[in-house]
Design a protein around this ligand. Structure first.
Ligand code: FES
Length: 105
């Protein structure tokens, strides 16, 4: 259920994201990375790495973490906490329903 300040956005079929990978989605003026772990869990974060704007959706994701493809900083997909001091990413609530990806903003 949405509160007055949240909206649910349908990003389309879950099949767009192969297991174990991420994809970026343009949502209004923000690039959001959605990850689909091999165990089926979904996570969503900002796509731009806070280090030097690397595309996190192209990183290696697993075990609840993503490794940035540019300089290998790691980010926790649930909390956004980074491996380097003072680096973290924004996380979003995402879930699957009826084979579709639903992102909460
Ligand atoms: S841009 Fe992500 S670690 Fe450097």
């Amino acid at each position: 259920m949405n509160t007055p300040n949240t909206r649910t956005i349908n990003l389309g079929s879950l099949d767009k994201i192969p297991l174990g990978q991420g994809r970026s989605f343009q949502v209004e003026d923000t690039q959001i990375a959605v990850f689909r772990q091999r165990d089926g869990k979904l996570f969503a974060t900002q796509n731009a790495c806070p280090h030097k704007q690397g595309p996190l959706a192209e990183g290696v994701a697993g075990g609840g973490k993503v490794i940035c493809p540019l300089h290998s900083h790691k980010f926790d997909l649930a909390t956004g906490q980074g491996s380097e001091p003072h680096e973290c990413v924004k996380t979003y609530v995402v879930r699957e329903a009826g084979g579709e990806i639903l992102l909460q903003l």
